[in-house]
Design a protein around this ligand. Structure first.
Ligand SMILES: Cc1cc2nc3c(=O)[nH]c(=O)nc-3n(C[C@H](O)[C@H](O)[C@H](O)COP(=O)(O)OP(=O)(O)OC[C@H]3O[C@@H](n4cnc5c(N)ncnc54)[C@H](O)[C@@H]3O)c2cc1C
Length: 190
């Protein structure tokens, strides 16, 4: 007794498929001649999986479905978000290394920022306004100030820096697990 799902037409289909594979229309043809292709192609294997319906494609996030290049504005917003968040998380009493890192970060951005005119302009902004990162409050106020210098040059509204903590507060991490450690008097050279 054949297993359930056995197709009674299978032997017939196999015979026709085998015949069609051997059937040529040009007995004089070489092995690569396109005329050697079977006249009839039958397969017993399941049909290929159809493409997903359009609604499945639509459900993907737009950026994943279509890798559109970022705009200068998007990169700017993302960069300011990172910088203001770094400033919000900066320790009240940073180590020497952390102060150096904050300064270096801003200078690296002025060299590697992925928009040449922005980077060149930001170099001038840093020259006129050296980085101040002696504490969390000082760094976030300085950053707010230089962001406003950029805003002014672009004709954008000036942000009131007394509201910078309300706009860019500390990260919402459980038990302040995202907080960086700062300095202590035992290891002042860190
Ligand atoms: C270092 C740097 C230099 C840039 N230079 C140029 C340039 O030369 N030319 C150019 O076309 N683009 C430049 N950009 C991009 C530009 O600054 C903006 O990011 C972009 O135009 C998008 O602007 P936006 O109006 O969405 O708000 P953004 O300026 O990106 O600000 C994002 C959000 O930050 C808040 N915010 C605004 N101002 C302040 C502030 N002073 N302090 C704290 N929070 C604030 C607001 O809630 C705002 O919505 C630069 C970006 C960076 C990071």
């Amino acid at each position: 007794m054949p297993a359930s799902g056995w197709n009674p037409l299978a032997p017939v289909l196999q015979t026709v498929a085998a015949f069609s594979r051997g059937l040529v229309i040009a007995p004089d043809a070489g092995p690569d001649d396109h005329r050697l292709r079977p006249l009839l192609s039958l397969s017993l294997s399941p049909p290929p999986t159809p493409p997903p319906p359009p609604e499945v494609l639509k459900a993907r996030p737009e950026k994943e479905a279509k890798a559109a290049p970022l705009t200068k504005e998007e990169v700017g917003r993302a960069t300011w978000m990172l910088l203001h968040t770094i400033a919000a998380q900066f320790p009240d009493e940073p180590t020497r290394q952390q102060k150096r890192d904050a300064k270096e970060l801003m200078h690296i951005i002025s060299r590697l920022y992925p928009c040449k005119e922005c980077a060149d302009h930001f170099k001038e902004v840093l020259k006129a306004n050296p980085v101040q990162a002696g504490s969390q409050a000082e760094f976030s106020q300085w950053l707010c100030y230089v962001h406003n210098v950029v805003n002014r040059s672009l004709g954008k509204p000036i942000f009131p820096c007394q509201r910078v903590t309300a706009r860019w507060g500390k990260l919402d991490c459980p038990e302040r697990s995202c907080d960086l450690e700062g300095t202590n008097d035992i290891m002042p050279n860190r």
